[in-house]
Structures are given as C-alpha cells and as structure tokens.
Design a protein around this ligand. Structure first.
Ligand SMILES: Nc1ncnc2c1ncn2[C@@H]1O[C@H](COP(=O)(O)OP(=O)(O)OP(=O)(O)O)[C@@H](O)[C@H]1O
Ligand SMILES: [Mg+2]
Length: 607
C-alpha cells in the first residue's frame, strides 16, 4: 500500500506519525526526538534552518528566527493577533500585498504559508528518512476552531511544500481517533486540548462500529502556552523596570532570552513549587556595565498570573457542553491533549469541572499526530470502516441589508454540508451582484471573519425583468468553504469571482512552490556534496598518512616517484574541488582517490 503520514503542525512543536501494520507510531527525528520545534530561521550565510537546530540558535539570531507562526497564519494584517506579534515578536512582521502578513528574514519576505511549508517539509523529510522511501501524501491537523482562511492557508502550505494534503482534520478529533482506535467502545468523551498557541474543546460520541461523531466544538485560536509565557515575561519585565528603571522590551535579544526563561520556569513549575530565573548580563547599560536578572517564581504566583487564562478555557468548556445538549455528567471520559495540560492548575481545573480524573494513557504530545496517521491510512484503505463525522466550528453566512449577518450554515453542523439560497435581483439596474461571505457568531457581519467576495456576473442575459440566482455554499470534509451559483432561469452556472481577503493568489502559491522546489534541489545537492566530501576527506587523510611510508617503499624508482607525484597532485586537486564546492570535479577526483587508495594499500602490503 502507498505510504501516507499524519502531521500535527503545532504552534510550538510538530509531530509526524505513520501506521505500520495496524500500529500507529510516532516517528522520531534525526536527533531521536519525537517532536520537532515549529521554528524556522535563516542564518547569516543565508542557510535555512528548521526545528531543533533553529531553536538552538534562536537567542543569537532572534531577528531571523520565527516561532509560533501558526498564530499568524490566515490572519489579516490588522487583526489583533498580528498587531500583538508586531509589538512583541523578535522577528520583523511586515504587511503583505493583500493586507496579509509577511515575515522579513534577512531582507526576504516570507508569507505565513511559506513558513509553515518549511515545517511541513521538515516533517515529511523526517518520515522519509525513517521509512526509507518517498512520502507524497499526508493528513494534516488544525485546531478545531480554525476558520476558513486559516484552513485555506494551511492547505496552501501543503502545496508550497510539495506535500499533498489528502485531508485536514481537527486536532481534538484526531486525538479522539487515536484514543478510541481499535477499542470497540461506545462512549461520550471530551477532548481538552491546550497547546502552545491554541485552545480547543470537542465533545464526541465514539461508537463500537468505528464511528467518531463530533457533537460540538469550540475554542480560542489565540489562547495557549505562549500566553502563559507572556504573563511570566511581563512579570519579569515589570519587576526589572521597578528595580532598575530599565525597560527590557527595547532589546530583541533580551526579549528572546526572557521568553526562553519564562517558558522554562513554567515547565519547571509543573513538577516543582519554585523556579529560579537567572539571566546574567541581560542588558548592557552605559559603557561597560551590564545588569543581571535574578528572580524566584513560585508556583502560586504563576497560578495567580495565569488564573484567568485557565478560567477562560473552562468557560469555553461550559458553553460547549451546553451547546452539545449535554450535562457535564454525561461525559464519560476526558482526554487531555497538549503540553500545557501538564500544568497542575490546568489539571485541577479540568478534573474539578468534569468531576472526574482525566484519562491516563494518552500521550498529550503524540496523540494528535497518531490520530492523523490513523485517518490518513483509513482514507487510502478501501477496507476501512472507520467514519469520521466532524462539525464546522463557525457559522457561515452573508452580509445583508444594514450590515447584518444572515446565517446560512450554523455552527456545529456536521460537515460536509451545503446550503443554497436564492438571490433575486433586478436586471435593469444590476448586471452583477456582489455577495460578501463571512464566518463567525456576531450578528453584525463585519465583526466576523471575511472569507471572500463573490461577484455574480452575466445576469443581463436573463429573459425576465427579475433575475433569480441560486447560490450554493459548501463546506467540505476539510472544513473549507466553496461557493457556486446557478441562474435558475437559464439553468446556466454563473461565473463567480472569489477574491481572497488575506490569502495568497494562485500565481503566488505556484511561485512559492517553485522557489521551494529549487531550494529542495539545492538542499539535496548540498547533502550529496557533503556526503561525497566526507568520503573524499576520509580517503585523503588515509593516503596522506601513508605517504611517507609509500615514499620509502617505491620512491627510489622513477615509476614510483611519478606515481607519488600524481597522487600528490590528486590530493591538491581534490582539496581544490572541495574548497570550490565543485560537485562534478569532486566526483571525478573521488573515483581517482579510490583507485589511488587501493594502489597505496597494495604497495604498503608488499612493503
Ligand atoms: N511539562 C510542562 N509543563 C508546562 N508546560 C509545558 C510542559 N511541556 C510543554 N509545555 C508547554 O506546552 C506548550 C506546547 O504544547 P504543544 O506541543 O502541545 O503545543 P502545539 O501542539 O505546538 O500547539 P497548538 O496545538 O496550540 O498548535 C508550550 O507552551 C510548552 O511550554
Ligand atoms: Mg497541538
């Protein structure tokens, strides 16, 4: 069977899994880690770094290291999350050509889908290294609460990365899938997922015939571990300001160090009651003087600083249970997902609200990727009976008179789904109708997320005064919205122009995909070169070491001297092709080196 993988594209960490036989498992990266930091950097030498290697250099290359890009993907330039990042991120956030968001890395602007594409590609490479064969298809997860723009942008990442995303599934649903897989149980479960950037809660019914049905879902795509870190950072910055009158926010490197330290302290406080934060030489003042930061953070203090964040998740839980038409006591198991569910305050609050201890035996960092791999395998396996019924997290609608929002597909409708609406327009004064499509829960249309404008044209061909157009709104299994229209009079399909509000144009995506492919070719070539170089250098060292002995053995004959001079030349030439990174030349020299190595061995054996 064809190889497919599941990728959990996280805000902080990403994870890739595969099903082999009937067993899903997470694939470790080259360093042996099961998760890979969702970080991307460009070095001074213009080299792209992804994952641990990007994270390790984040402090010294803060301006050119991107983290938490998922918080910005599919968001408009003037949205609150982008505004927040503009002020606080150590990297430069720039306005793109469609009032979208770009990131400046060493003078080159990258769209958010390009950044995510680099991470997706890294995960694909991890899988390919492990499986020893190319992988073309993947199921990728997104937060359940992602809207259409965010889902589209994630899809675009796949296209740019050269990964065919066969399905986008929601993270909590994936978690439930991994939890219920092969268990043959009938149970109502809640998945509480608090990760680095987002919070999701989903309530599902799992049945023994392998149907996973989401009843309701809700969340906040701007609430996660990052916010806890920010609270701790703010506390550190304020304390420092009070003590020294110096604002650490002016310094990008200090900011990056503070962020690191805040996260570290937060993690320590999951198992300890106190964490020491120690940042020597955090900022320089005057000519030769530096200030140090040293503070003790108690778990209690952190809980006070972050109490309202946890409360917000609990309120969302309450609303979701209600929306599902359930009582808390109907929930038979609670699954905790995401690194942040290791925080004692979070565990306590969840246990208290649901009135039961959360389920053990589900790995909070791996379960989403495992679920994605299970779904990926089910999608390409005809024998699979598994059925996943998810819902749309947001209401889909259009703007009507007075700027009001008219609902077409309500929140928590099972997807795929579609709804049609007949629009009537007068032909005399209108040959085109413009429809604005929104997603959200506010009764004022503009308070919701604008998904796009649809312009219905060609109406003048209608024979009657009144033109009736039936517009169909679809949400597919990925949760992605599409629109089509039909002229009821003529039965003709109307042409529809979709203008993405903050996404990339097809041409841009294509160019980015091409750029990326070039990068991959370069990268492969450079990896091949490095492998060749290593081999060449090893042989060169060996020849070099035995040179003296060879001279003693054959140096007294003309033939021998000539051969030695040739070998010397070869070593010089090979070194030159390494210095010039000339792969073709090095390849030739490598062959010659191997022959020479053999001859030397022969000579020395006879000596
Ligand atoms: N032991 C721990 N104690 C407290 N927090 C932790 C611990 N381990 C990880 N975290 C936090 O969990 C967050 C990362 O969680 P996770 O890897 O689940 O997120 P993600 O999947 O990248 O994000 P998202 O699902 O929101 O896109 C980070 O904020 C990290 O600091
Ligand atoms: Mg996650």
């Amino acid at each position: 069977m064809e190889r497919v993988i599941g990728i959990d594209l996280g805000t902080t960490n990403s994870c890739v899994a595969v099903v082999e036989g009937d067993t899903p498992s997470v694939i470790p990266n080259r360093g042996g880690y099961k998760t890979t930091p969702s970080m991307v950097a460009v070095t001074e030498a213009d080299k792209r770094l992804v994952g641990h290697i990007a994270k390790r250099q984040a402090i010294t290359n803060a301006e050119n290291t991107v983290y938490a890009a998922k918080r910005l993907i599919g968001r408009q330039w003037n949205s609150p999350p982008v505004e927040a990042a503009r002020d606080t991120a150590p990297y430069r956030v720039i306005e793109g050509p469609h009032s979208d968001t770009r990131i400046d890395l060493r003078g080159k602007l990258y769209s958010l889908p390009e950044i995510s594409a680099m991470i997706l590609q890294e995960m694909k490479i991890i899988a390919e290294d492990y499986l020893g064969e190319p992988v073309a298809k993947a199921v990728v997860t997104v937060p359940a609460y992602f809207n259409d723009n965010q889902r589209q942008a994630t899809r675009d990442s796949g296209t740019i990365a050269g990964v065919e995303i066969i399905r986008i599934i929601n993270e909590p649903t994936a978690a439930a899938l991994a939890y219920g897989f092969g268990k043959k149980i009938d149970r109502t479960v809640a998945v509480y997922d608090l990760g680095g950037g987002t919070f999701d809660i989903s309530v599902l019914e799992i049945s023994s015939d392998e149907v996973f049905k989401v009843i309701s879902t809700a969340g906040d795509t701007f609430l996660g571990g990052e916010d806890f870190d920010t609270r701790i950072m703010d506390w550190l910055v304020q304390g420092f300001l009070d003590e020294h009158g110096v604002d650490l926010r002016q310094d990008r490197m200090a900011l990056q160090r503070l962020k690191d330290a805040a996260e570290k302290a937060k993690i320590e406080l999951s198992t300890q009651l106190e964490a020491e934060i120690n940042l020597p030489f955090i900022i320089s003042v005057g000519q030769n003087e530096a200030l140090h930061l040293q503070r003790m953070l108690r778990r209690e203090t952190m809980e006070e600083l972050c109490f309202d964040l946890v409360q917000r998740t609990m309120e969302i839980c309450r609303a979701t249970i209600q929306e599902a038409g359930l009582e808390v006591s109907d929930v038979e198991d609670v699954i905790l997902v995401g690194g942040m569910t290791r925080v004692p305050l979070v565990q306590r609050s969840v246990a208290e609200y649901f009135g039961r201890e959360p389920c053990k035996g589900v790995h909070p960092d791996e379960v989403v990727a495992l679920g994605a791999a299970i779904q990926a395998t089910a999608l390409i396996d005809d024998r699979s009976e598994m059925l996943l019924l998810d819902v749309t997290p947001h209401t889909l609608g259009i703007m009507i008179a007075g700027g009001l929002f008219e609902e077409l597909i309500p929140q928590n409708s099972t997807v795929p789904t579609s709804r049609s609406k007949i629009f009537t327009t007068v032909r005399d004064n209108q040959t085109a109708v413009k429809i604005l499509v929104f997603q959200g829960e506010n009764e004022r249309a503009e308070k919701n997320e604008l998904l796009g404008e649809f312009v219905l044209t060609g109406l003048r061909n209608a024979p009657k005064e009144q033109v009736e157009v039936e517009v169909s709104f679809d949400i597919n299994a990925d949760g992605i919205v599409s629109v089509s229209a039909k002229d009821l009079e003529t039965g003709l399909k109307q042409s529809i122009t979709v203008t993405a509000s903050s996404g990339l144009t097809e041409e841009e995506i294509l160019n980015m995909a091409n750029d990326n492919q070039e990068y991959m070719l370069d990268r492969r070539a450079s990896e091949e070169f490095d492998a060749m170089r290593q081999e060449a250098e090893r042989i060169m060292r060996e020849i070099d070491r035995s040179f003296h002995k060879a001279e003693q053995t054959v140096g007294n004959s003309e033939f021998g001297r000539e051969a030695l001079a040739k070998a010397r030349d070869l070593l010089d030439n090979a070194q030159q092709s390494i210095d010039q990174r000339d792969a073709a030349k090095l390849n030739e020299h490598l062959e010659a080196l191997k022959r020479t190595q053999k001859i030397f061995k022969g000579v020395l054996a006879r000596a």
